[in-house]
Unconditional design. Structure first.
Ligand code: ZN
Length: 309
């Protein structure tokens, strides 16, 4: 009886040690999935990889899809081996088997991170749109869900018809925190100035299990492009948000433009912004684990001055 107790205690102790080693000494495993985008995926993914490496807590494998228009039938990334998938992809539809594998991965507690033009992709993949929460362009109209804005201190859904997606001339803009107690936002200033970027508006989508963490004002004094608007919407647009899908977590932002054809390493103020870098690092940790252990750097921008790396 006594021996059995000792054995049980020993086994319990060993199991605890193994669990501890699993979750504390090892880095968060990241798949950075890229290969197609209307925004220079090479430059984008190289910068994202740098941003992730710099945090010191992620181990990143870059998975490159077939090129736009090439045969996708053999594209079957091993999602299950990763804590979080950072998607830098806007392109051809995946094989249904790959879509289903990704749905299972998210349902079972996977993580998804996406920035900027990723929100154009996969308009007809219903589960993916539930994971993203909101998107733009790519053929999205009212069937994709309501327009999502922020009014009077809360999310505002607008069922008006019209194309999803517009953006105003790239400029530095203020990002306003709306959920200061969310793990991603703890310690982030209430208002900060983001480096010159395209400010997306008119995002629409199912927005289920969706939380807006920060917004930016689409000022009508700016001219708008790539959509039905001639000028900014005069609305506070979702800029940082989370979605849950099954047990999975998504962190998303429409920030992070780089020019199509940009060379790897070329300056891109939207991605060189200390605020953007910090938010992506924190959002990726949260999507992977549900927590954020990183400190907000002292160099995080305030509302008066952009801080670029
Ligand atoms: Zn862009």
């Amino acid at each position: 009886m006594k021996l059995r107790f000792v054995c049980q205690a020993l086994i319990a102790c060993l199991l605890t040690t193994v669990a501890y080693a699993d979750h504390h000494g090892e880095k968060i495993q990241v798949m950075l999935l890229t290969g197609q985008n209307n925004h220079g995926w090479e430059a984008l993914s190289a910068r994202l990889e740098e941003i992730l490496d710099e945090a010191g807590m992620f181990e990143t494998d870059v998975v490159v899809s077939p090129k736009l228009g090439e045969d996708m039938s053999g594209f079957k990334p091993d999602f299950e081996s990763y804590d979080v998938i950072v998607l830098e992809y806007n392109g051809d539809v995946w094989p249904r088997e790959t879509e289903l594998a990704f749905e299972r991965y998210m349902e079972n507690g996977g993580g998804l991170v996406f920035t900027h033009a990723v929100n154009h992709t996969f308009k007809d993949w219903k589960a993916f749109n539930l994971m993203m929460g909101i998107g733009g362009w790519g053929g999205r109209f009212q069937e994709s869900g309501p327009f999502v804005h922020w009014r009077d201190g809360k999310i505002y859904l607008d069922d008006s018809p019209g194309q999803a997606g517009a953006c105003v001339d790239a400029h530095a803009f203020e990002v306003v925190t709306r959920e200061p107690d969310h793990p991603i936002m703890k310690g982030i200033p209430p208002v900060w100035l983001h480096g010159k970027d395209e400010l997306y508006s008119n995002q629409r989508g199912p927005a289920e299990n969706f939380t807006i963490l920060a917004t930016a004002y689409s000022d009508p004094k700016h001219e708008a492009h790539w959509g039905p608007m001639t000028h900014g919407t005069g609305e506070h647009e979702p800029m940082i948000f989370t979605t849950t899908y099954g047990k999975g977590r998504t962190f998303g932002t429409p920030m992070g433009h780089v020019d199509n054809g940009a060379k790897v390493g070329a300056p891109a103020p939207a991605m060189d912004c200390e605020g953007f870098i910090t938010i992506v690092q924190r959002g990726t940790e949260w999507a992977a684990t549900g927590k954020v252990t990183q400190k907000v750097p002292k160099s995080f921008p305030g509302k008066d001055k952009v801080n670029l790396r």
